[in-house]
Design a binder for this molecule. Structure first.
Ligand code: KG4
Ligand code: ZN
Length: 352
């Protein structure tokens, strides 16, 4: 079964062709980072307009590269939410129109389900069940994952998301957007231990997170220190060390709590080198397995959306647009349904 995946929830236009027999046949991404950079963050209206410009040419290119014809597609999967309403609408309307023209289902996918399942596309995919740490620009959650659509929320951030904390700290240090990669690069040049920042809620006994205090601590530090180049690198180092300590400690606690030995990391912050090194070290010491998506599939992309769509379609036996199946209830009727706010734990497995 071959599925086209479309991702337009935020500031990247992602398109991919996923084949359940042969894996990802082609994928491409257009990042809007350069466009939003001068504003220090994503401008929603500019994002929507750019998705409109990019999506069709990118889709043509990916189809060409994949060698797959439109007639071979079994479905079109698109990000239905959560995300920016206008940006989501671009993907939903293109997916719906194309699916209608081809007489195949349009499947609305939860963006975080895409992230969460993306390690299944890697060379060494995890088996279910596992604990997933979802760390993106908008979310920080620990989930117990039993299978596709079977997600139990174990803990989440009470305020800022991990990626958001990276981005805000980068802003305080005068680095560009997005902040994660910039902090990570600078932190490598910093001296460990010159500054010590708080590890919020590390000993709270639950699996929730809080990062706004860490950001405030960075703001206070920056206000009372002369920010020469070395100092900036040392602050970036201290911030990243605090962040990594918290994420590792809570992930290990979640594995203990869930009584599982497989940990999956997903979402943009999962690309962080220091986090990966710390998790690998802890996994070796404690005897659990840790799984990551391929680096290029950590941040937003179309492949994870195509995969999630294909798994839902496979599990459900949906074959055509007439289906009244819950997974295509909205998209299958080709409505432009988007859900800017959408709780991952509310998903159900693909019904059969
Ligand atoms: O998953 P993602 O691409 O988009 C959302 O769904 O939010 O995540 C984007 C976030 C941004 O906050 C970005 O700063 C962060 O992931 N990020 C990183 C790294 N690469 C991206 N954070 C830390 N280290 C990185 N290498
Ligand atoms: Zn994302």
């Amino acid at each position: 079964m071959i599925v086209l995946g479309i991702e337009t929830s935020c500031d990247e236009t992602g398109v991919a062709v996923y084949d359940t027999d042969r894996g990802v046949r082609a994928h491409a991404l257009h990042s809007q980072v350069a466009m939003h950079e001068e504003y220090g963050g994503v401008v929603p209206e500019l994002a929507s307009r750019d998705h409109i410009r990019r999506l069709l040419p990118l889709t043509r290119r990916v189809l060409e590269q994949s060698g797959v014809t439109l007639g071979e597609l079994a479905a079109i999967a698109y990000t239905e939410g959560p995300g920016l309403a206008g940006a989501l609408l671009v993907g939903a309307s293109v997916a719906g129109a194309l699916a209608y023209a081809l007489g195949i289902p349009a499947i609305g996918v939860h963006h975080l389900e895409g992230h969460l399942l993306s390690p299944l596309l890697s060379q060494r995919p995890p088996r279910f069940p596992f604990v997933a740490l979802l760390v993106s620009g908008g979310h920080t959650q620990l989930m117990r994952v039993e299978g596709v659509g079977r997600y139990l929320l174990l803990g989440e951030t009470l305020d800022d998301a991990a990626g958001e904390a990276f981005d805000k700290t980068a802003q305080l240090l005068g680095l560009g957007y997005p902040g994660g990669p910039a902090i990570s690069r600078l932190a490598e040049q910093g001296t460990s231990g010159r500054f010590r920042l708080p590890r919020p809620m590390i000993a709270s006994g639950d699996l929730d997170f809080s990062f706004s205090g860490l950001k405030t601590a960075v703001r206070d530090l920056v206000r009372h220190t002369t920010l020469d180049a070395d100092t900036k690198a040392d602050v970036a180092n201290a911030f990243q060390a605090a962040m990594v300590d918290v994420l590792v400690a809570k992930s290990v606690a979640a594995l203990d709590r869930a009584n599982l030995e497989r940990l999956v990391i997903a979402g943009g912050v999962g690309a962080n080198k220091q986090l990966r090194a710390a998790l690998d070290a802890r996994a070796a010491a404690r005897g659990f397995d840790v799984f990551y998506p391929e680096l290029e599939l950590c941040t937003d992309n179309g492949a994870m959306i195509a995969l999630a769509g294909a798994l839902r379609l496979q599990g459900s036996g949906i074959r055509n647009q007439e289906s009244e199946h819950p997974d295509v209830a909205e998209g299958g009727r080709y409505g432009f349904t988007v859900r800017p706010r959408w709780d991952l734990a509310s998903l159900a497995p693909p019904a059969t």
